[in-house]
Design a binder for this molecule. Sequence first.
Ligand code: BG6
Length: 473
Amino acid sequence: MERPDNLILVIFGATGDLTARKLIPALYSLKNQDLMPDRFSLIGVGRSELTTEQFREKMAEAIRTFTEEKEPDFSRIDSFLNCFYYRKINYNSARDYAELKLEIEKSCSEKGIAGNIIFYMATPPDVYVTISNSLYLAGLSRESEGYRRFIIEKPFGTDLASAVKLNRTLHELVDEKQIFRIDHYLGKETVQNLLVTRFANGIFEPLWNRNYVHRIEITSAESIGIEGRGEYYDSSGALRDMVQNHLLQMVGLTAMEPPSSLDADAIRNEVLKVFQSLQPIREEDVEKYVVRGQYTGSKIRGEYVPGYREEKNVPEDSRTETYVALKFFVNNWRWGGVPFYVRTGKRLPTRVTEVVVHFKQTPHHLFQRVIGKLAGNQLIIRIQPNEGILLKFDMKEPGAGFKVKNVNMDFHYRDMADVRVPSAYERLLYDVMTGDSTLFSRDDEVETAWKFVEPIQKAWENNPDIKVYGYPA
Ligand code: BG6
C-alpha cells in the first residue's frame, strides 16, 4: 500500500460523535502505519465555538478513548494533531465559506499542498445540500489544480424521492466520480471477504445457486440500544438505518454474479443488477413478508433496561421499529425461488452479524432414521464479532451403526498470526484518499435500494393496523 498524495481534509460536523469515535482514530491508525500523506492538513468545521487548541485536545482524547488497536501506540498523537485546525461555521453563511476558502488556500500554500481537497459530510443529513451548494458557490468544488472529493455519510436520503433529489443536487455541482457515499459495512474486512470466498474458491461457486441453496439468511443483531440517538433513530427505524444500506449491500455481494474485473464499476454493476432483481414486496403483501418489533423495558442481569419508548427524545407512542425481519426473492436465473431472510434489531440477546447459506438436503435421506432430522450443510460467513468462516456438515460418530453428528470446520481471523483487521473507516478513508470508489455506493445503487424499501415504508405509514410487536430488551 502506498501513501496517498498530499491533501487537505475538511470535516463538516467535526465536533460530532462520528468524527470522535470513528474518523480521527481511523486516521491516526493510518498515520501509525505510515499510510497518511507526507503533507496533510485537517480542518474541522462545526457549529460549536471551539479554538484549534481545544479541538486538538478533544481529538487527542478521542484517539485514546476510541482506538480500535489492540496495542495502541499513542506516541505520535502530538505530531499528528499539529496539522489539525478548527473553524466555527454557520452552514448558511456565504461569508463563512469564503473564510473557509481562505483558510484552505493558506494551508495549501504554507504546507506546499498542491490543491487536493476532500470534504467529509459528517453532519446531520439535512445540511448536506446546503453545504454542497455553498461549497460550489464559494468556488471550492471545482477541480482545478487538484481533485475535489465529497464523502457523504449515511443516511443518504430518507426515502426514494429524497435520495433522488440529493443525487440530482449533487450532480448539478460535482461529477459522480467525485462522490463517495459511505456504507461502512463495505469497509469491513469480512464483508469484502465475501467476494474472495465466492470468487477465489472453485468449490463454492458451482453450488452457489438455486440448485443447491435452500435459503440464505443475513442477520445483524445488536445487543446495544439506540445509544442516546433518539432524535435521529425515531425518524429512521431499523429499516432505514440498517436494511436499506448495510444489509442490502450484503445481499448484493452474496447474490451477485462474478464481476469481470475488480474495477469499481464492474463490481458495482453486478450489485446493482441484484438490487434490480429484487422482487418488489407489494404494499398489500407487507404484512405477510415483513415483521417489525420494538424493544420494551426489561431486566438484563438484574438491571432494568428502559424500553424504546422510554428512551430520551422518543415519543411515548412511537411506532418506530427497532427490529425488522423480511423475506424476499431475487428474481433471476441464479436465485429464482430461493428465499432470502434478512433481519436486524437492537437490544437482542447477542451481537452478531453473519451471512448463512443453507444448502439443500441430500435427495435421499439415508441416515434420517438414525438421527431424526438432518441439520444439513451451512456455510456461515461471520462478519462480526469473532470474524471468520464456518462450514457445518454431518460426520459419522465413531461406533456401531450410523450415528451422524453435525460438526464444524472453521477458520477465525484471530488465528492468523500477526494479522491485524483494520477498522472499516480506516479502509474507507484510505480508499477515498487514493481515489478508489469500489467500496462506495453509486447513485443508481442507492436509489434502487430505496425503491425496494419504499413499499414497506408506505405500508407502515398508511396502515396503522400493521402490528409493531414488543420484545423485551
Ligand atoms: C450504523 C447505524 O450505520 O451502523 C447504527 O446507524 C448501528 O444504528 C451501526 O448500530 C452498526 O454498525 P456496526 O459496525 O457496529 O455493526
